[in-house]
Write a protein that binds this ligand. Structure first.
Ligand SMILES: C[S@@+](CC[C@H](N)C(=O)[O-])C[C@H]1O[C@@H](n2cnc3c(N)ncnc32)[C@H](O)[C@@H]1O
Length: 277
């Protein structure tokens, strides 16, 4: 785990930011329960929520996805796994304080999972930045998945905007992340489906989600705020790439574009891929 140095990891501000981002992202990444209609679900249609079904979430962070899924399916058991003791304690305390009761959290390393569970669904979201070989890592999870169980992976690509300063900051961030965690931290969505195919999953499905945070889009404020906090925390880590005063000017322009430019346009694309073992 040492070589995967996510620069923001394990700090309280990052925990709070992730927790907020989690709620925003949960509300965007939902699946129609039927092809044409609501209600939506956080689960793909290949998941069978029989009583006692077990769901494992690798790299669960502050646990919002786990709690939302557990609340959606009170008859199943959801287990969140994360290497951060701090995140796990936070996730568990949230569940104790607000429910649901069919969720638990354990500290663990998804690169070397030593769990005694057999799951009916394994989920991982935004894990690629921590994994230098994504396919090998996912392959390691397969003994924990029941035959007929579903693997559900969601990853995003860098946001796409019409702001030159925003795009420059993203480019620098990506460089830092790729350096810290390896080439799988960029462009992973292109390969998700072929990974499931090579691992002999069947009934493979893909759902793309897009979060539009352009100026004037209702409800963009929370997302923009969350993003501004995220890049703000990365700022010091860009120092090896750019002089301090250049970074300050770049960030000032980026925030101006994000908050004040009525012509600002931005999209964040996520891809969920699922398949049956
Ligand atoms: C970007 S966060 C995503 C959190 C959550 N899945 C979400 O969608 O909001 C990635 C999480 O992976 C965890 N993580 C990183 N490396 C890990 C490892 N080897 N084993 C378990 N968790 C890990 C981090 O602690 C962090 O909580």
């Amino acid at each position: 785990m040492d070589e995967n140095q996510y620069p923001l990891l394990d700090t309280m501000p990052e925990l709070v930011r992730l927790d907020e981002q989690d709620q925003e992202v949960n509300s965007f990444t939902r699946y129609p329960a039927q092809l044409t209609d609501f209600p939506t679900s956080l689960m793909p249609p290949t998941f069978h929520p029989y009583p006692g079904a077990i769901v494992l979430d690798f790299g669960c962070g502050p646990g919002g996805w786990c709690r939302a899924v557990a609340a959606e399916y009170p008859q199943i058991q959801v287990i969140g796994v994360d290497s951060s003791q701090q995140y796990i304690e936070y996730a568990a305390n949230q569940a104790i304080a607000h429910g649901p009761t069919n969720v638990s959290f354990v500290v663990g390393d998804f690169l070397n999972p030593l769990l005694a569970y057999k799951a009916d669904l394994i989920h991982a979201r935004f894990a690629s930045w921590f994994i230098s070989n994504y396919e090998a890592t996912v392959k390691n999870w397969l003994p924990l998945l029941n035959t007929g169980g579903t693997l559900l992976l969601t990853e995003g690509e860098a946001q796409h905007t019409n702001s030159a300063s925003f795009n420059r900051v993203l480019g620098l961030m990506l460089k830092t992340m790729v350096k810290a965690s390896g080439p799988d931290s960029g462009g992973i969505t292109l390969r998700l489906r072929s990974i499931l195919h090579r691992l002999q999953f069947h009934n493979i499905g893909e759902v793309a989600h897009v979060i539009n945070f352009s100026a004037g889009i209702p409800g963009r404020e929370k997302f923009v705020e969350n993003f501004a906090h995220g890049v703000g925390a990365v700022k010091p880590h860009l120092l090896p790439l750019l002089a301090e005063n250049e970074i300050d000017i770049l960030f000032e322009q980026m925030l101006k574009d994000l908050y004040e430019n009525s012509q600002f346009m931005g999209l964040w694309y996520l891809l969920s891929v699922f398949g049956v073992k």
